[in-house]
Design a protein around this ligand. Structure first.
Ligand SMILES: [Zn+2]
Ligand SMILES: [Zn+2]
Length: 108
């Protein structure tokens, strides 16, 4: 362990290093590291370790939102599709009616 004893803490130049962070590979003293998932992580890498799962959750939430949006579009499309089908199923005689023409054009 001679090499480790010669190393100094990355944050405290006067302190001897006690641990080497497996993430960044820098040496740190006991005060600069914390245990996380049975591994000793430096204070600089700990936020990254904690953030990783949260970022994955955010991506999942984004995908869920996208799926909800797509589902909404589908519902709206289906709604208009039904309206279109309803209009198509109407008899032609309905469109030939002059009810709206006589009311609004003849007035002017
Ligand atoms: Zn680190
Ligand atoms: Zn330190």
């Amino acid at each position: 362990m001679a090499t480790l004893m010669q190393q100094r803490c990355f944050n405290h130049a006067l302190r001897e290093a006690a641990v080497r962070c497996p993430e960044c590979g820098n040496f740190f003293c006991r005060e600069c590291v914390t245990e996380h998932d049975d591994r000793v992580i430096c204070a600089g890498c700990l936020p990254k370790m904690l953030e990783a799962p949260r970022a994955r959750r955010r991506v999942f939430a984004g995908l869920l939102q996208l799926a909800q949006g797509a589902f909404g579009v589908l519902v709206v499309w289906f709604f208009f599709f039904l309206i279109g089908q309803g209009l198509l199923s109407l008899p032609d005689s309905f469109h030939e009616g002059t009810v709206w023409k006589s009311r609004w054009i003849d007035k002017q």
